[in-house]
Design a protein around this ligand. Structure first.
Ligand code: ATP
Length: 362
């Protein structure tokens, strides 16, 4: 019997409806895999809670996340709920959570599923690569620490450490070992995306990258400048397998990646540390469509699939690995069939109908 404690944070905006949809799928999963027990404990956190109580992430919720085997989060933030300094609630809460759980690598699969439209004209060679973003340092290390001098000069500092870079690069190579390689020829490649020709910090990132690469002789290691990479992601994305980069570059390129494979409603993500894992859709709270039961829950459902894959891999649990694959395959069948499509996929199905369609395949 596999038994896991999962902390669920439904959050704000479309977060709760995407989480309800995912719970429906997880409920059906427990019928399909009776030996897999997921104990789901739901907690309130985010902008709505901050508005009501002045706190976005209560201490007891943070502790529950630390004690859980994994955290599944939907979406956090509302544009009209602000901290005392005028900033939105979401960055402070999420950066705080990442730091507390030491989630050093953010993983975003960029995969074009059959039946999903891409804005690219020719996708016949397939798109299936992963953006890995260093999640604790880089330009985001400056969060709440930048300075403005005399209303004339403003600075934020890029921070790259050997430890942080080694952790994220090592994770990238370990993931490449488990993957099938790039779509064109199955070659396993990890690409360092940087701006090493300009910044000392990013030249150091590249240096550490190639040092780590020496331990993975079966995987090809290469480096590409970030400006060129944004061109390649649109021109020849099938030539890539795993990309690893500094925090801010990853923030930007992972949204570009979501754009070429069907949009934010389809993009899952995982944030991984040595001890903890947090999984959430790539999209935000989409207040413009919240509460209408029209949001696409697939990104949250696929995040649950990634969570099970991570639990299976780290706990050496084949049942969990199979359950993760079963969710992805069910979602893939629904997309390929193309009958149930939410409005962002040019259809008119509801959030609940999409969840039921995936659950039925399980
Ligand atoms: P954040 O800053 O919190 O990441 P954002 O500004 O990037 O948020 P989102 O909340 O992700 O914005 O929404 C951007 C647009 O994408 C929204 O207007 C919404 O219509 C659309 N969108 C996002 N997620 C979904 C989804 N799951 N289903 C359908 N549409 C979505």
């Amino acid at each position: 019997m596999s038994n896991y404690q999962i902390a669920l944070l439904p959050g704000d905006g479309i977060g709760p409806e995407c989480m309800e949809a995912t719970k429906l799928v997880l409920d059906r999963l427990s019928s399909a895999f009776p030996s897999l027990k997921l104990n789901l404990a739901e907690f309130q956190a985010g902008a709505g809670l901050h508005r009501d109580t002045g706190v976005a992430l209560p201490e007891e919720v943070l502790n529950a996340c630390k004690e859980a085997d994994a955290v599944l989060l939907s979406a956090i933030g509302l544009p009209d709920v602000r901290e005392a300094d005028g900033t939105e609630v979401q960055p402070r809460m999420m950066i705080g959570l990442r730091r507390a759980l030491e989630l050093h690598s953010a993983v975003r699969p960029i995969k074009l599923y059959p039946g999903v439209d891409s804005p690219l004209k020719d996708t016949s060679k397939g798109i299936d690569f992963v953006v890995i973003r260093e999640n604790l340092e880089g330009l985001f290390a400056s969060y709440q620490g930048g300075s403005v001098v005399g209303d004339e000069v403003a600075t934020d500092t890029m921070v790259i450490t050997r430890k942080g870079t080694t952790q994220v690069v090592d994770y990238a190579f370990r993931l490449a070992e488990r993957r099938k390689g790039r779509p064109t020829d199955g070659k396993k490649i990890v690409t360092c995306v940087d701006k090493a020709n300009i910044f000392k910090s990013l030249a150091f990132f590249r240096k550490v990258f190639f040092e780590v690469a020496e331990s993975y002789s079966d995987i090809h290691a290469e480096a590409v400048y970030v400006d060129a990479m944004s061109l390649y992601m649109v021109k020849n994305p099938w030539d890539f397998d795993v990309l690893v980069m500094e925090n801010q570059f990853g923030d930007i390129l992972s949204d570009l990646g979501a754009g070429i494979v069907g949009g934010l409603g389809l993009g899952p993500s995982g944030e991984i540390g040595e001890k903890h894992g947090l999984f959430q859709p790539s999209h935000g709270t989409a207040p413009d469509i919240a509460g209408k039961n029209i949001s696409n829950p697939l990104a949250t459902i696929l995040s649950a699939s990634m969570m099970l894959d991570w639990l299976g891999e780290t706990r050496k649990d084949d049942l969990c690995l199979k359950a993760g694959r079963a969710i992805e395959e069910a979602a893939e069948k629904v997309m390929q069939e193309g009958v149930v499509r939410t409005p962002d996929m040019a259809g008119n199905s509801s959030t609940t109908e999409m969840a039921e369609a995936v659950a039925n395949y399980l």
